[in-house]
Design a protein around this ligand. Structure first.
Ligand code: HAM
Length: 418
């Protein structure tokens, strides 16, 4: 039996990888434009980090982590999300002692044991940013605007931004009581998951996709109804800043997101039409995260965007992703001596910064010409025995078809000028 890639994972083959690079390169450029610096954290972390950071009651921690014991008996977990590792690194390297705020970005694989379907994988890639040390609404607005500008730079336009405020621990406590009071009479009607959430994390009930639960909670109090004046003010300013930057958004008071660390601003970008897994990105503020993973109180805000879903959205919108350029030159040497010359010429061209290739299969002239056309070479250099004698080479322009005999002494120069 042949071995395949594990369920929910995929190979990104050479013909497709340029699409990922297009998204990643555009993201990198955008992050640099906004003043963010790249951070790379390990692919696995101590399990404890996600338990404390993401929250013990979340689906991620309860059902989705790839946790294993290493040979030294330590419990480790493959990166289940990007924020807690960056917070851990920030603490470990005392980044709070550096010039504030700290603005970082990452492009990373994320591993979650979820039921695979279109747009949902067990290994996916996220482009994310995290800002530490800024509690202002400007920081929230900046990360949202960064994501919006990035999507548009890729060529996407059919997406919506949903925003909400989930409040701070203070107003969340008020909400918890109000929500439990409102739902207690219908508790027995709610799904198993929601009954479990009632005591542990009732706010998540508002986010349940079960239709019966949605019906019973349609008029339940949202965090929006119980925001304290400081959270209300912060939320209002974020909306003003988005409006001033012409970023369109919809308010969704039921948006609570699936990770426990969020405070105040929560947001999601939804692509219109890619199917059930329509969230192409999401994020928010997490002012309590640093303390919960053992660091000094430090405000934070950021997002993670799913690259595979972005690619689905790009395909749906018919955006053309630029193909990588082919070889500029293909060199053909006929006979041993000329073939050796062609081989050496190609190395010289490459050292001079020109994308060049030559035959590796000892094929006939006809087959080599066919191959050169297939890989999109713009010029073909042909050296036969008589050219070898004359110390010249034939340079054929593949687009126009014209051919010129060039002395070997000036060949590199000639090709470079072309
Ligand atoms: P998240 O909403 O769990 O947030 O994931 C962010 C994005 O990753 C989602 O919106 C989606 O595009 C993509 N994604 C998530 N799970 C999958 C999957 N199984 N298959 C394919 N794509 C997926 C976080 O992870 C937070 N760390 C984001 C954040 C950063 N919040 C603040 N800073």
């Amino acid at each position: 039996m042949s071995i395949t890639s594990p369920r929910g994972t995929q190979d990104i083959l050479p013909g497709v990888v340029h699409k990922f690079q297009y998204v990643e390169d555009t993201f990198r450029q955008m992050c640099h434009r906004f003043g963010y610096h790249e951070i790379r954290t390990p692919v696995f972390e101590h399990t404890e980090l996600f338990l404390r950071g993401v929250g013990e009651t979340t689906d991620i921690v309860q059902k989705e982590m790839y946790t294993f014991e290493d040979r030294g008996g330590r419990s480790l977990t493959l990166k289940a999300e990007g924020t807690a590792p960056v917070a851990r690194s920030h603490i470990e390297h005392k980044l709070h002692g550096q010039t504030q705020p700290i603005k970082m970005y990452y492009i990373t694989p994320v591993f979650r044991y979820e039921r695979p379907q279109a747009g949902r994988y067990r290994q996916h890639e996220q482009c994310g940013v995290e800002v530490f040390g800024a509690s202002s609404p400007q920081a929230d607005a900046e990360v949202i605007i960064l994501a919006d500008t990035f999507y548009r730079a890729l060529g996407l336009s059919k997406f919506e931004l949903s925003i909400n405020s989930v409040g701070c621990p203070e107003c969340r406590a008020t909400h918890r009581v109000a929500l439990q009071e409102a739902l207690r009479p219908v508790l027995h009607e709610l799904c198993n998951d929601c009954r479990g959430r009632f005591d542990r994390n009732p706010m998540r009930i508002l986010d349940c996709k079960n239709e019966t639960c949605q019906l019973h909670t349609a008029h339940a109090p949202t965090t929006r109804d119980t925001l304290c004046p400081a959270c209300e003010d912060h939320y209002g300013k974020v909306r003003e800043l988005l409006a001033a930057a012409s970023v369109r958004y919809k308010e969704n008071p039921r948006l609570v997101r699936g990770l426990d660390y969020y405070t105040r601003t929560a947001f999601e970008f939804l692509s219109v039409g890619i199917g059930a897994q329509s969230a192409i990105g999401g994020g928010g503020r997490y002012d309590g995260l640093m303390e919960s993973v053992g660091g000094p109180a430090t405000p934070g805000v950021g997002f993670g965007l799913g690259v595979e879903r972005i690619l689905l959205a790009l395909e749906l919108e018919g955006v053309d992703i630029p193909e990588p350029a082919g070889a500029q030159v293909f060199a053909i040497g006929l006979g041993d001596v000329a073939a050796r010359y062609a081989f050496a010429l190609v190395q010289d061209l490459r050292r001079a910064g020109i994308a060049a290739e030559t035959d590796l299969l000892e094929r006939s002239l006809k087959a080599q010409l066919k191959y050169a056309a297939k890989i999109g070479a713009s010029q073909v250099v042909i050296i036969g025995e008589s050219e070898m004698e004359k110390q010249t080479a034939l340079v054929r322009d593949m687009a126009g078809g014209e051919q010129k005999e060039v002395p070997m002494a000036t060949l590199l120069d000639y090709i470079q000028r072309k």
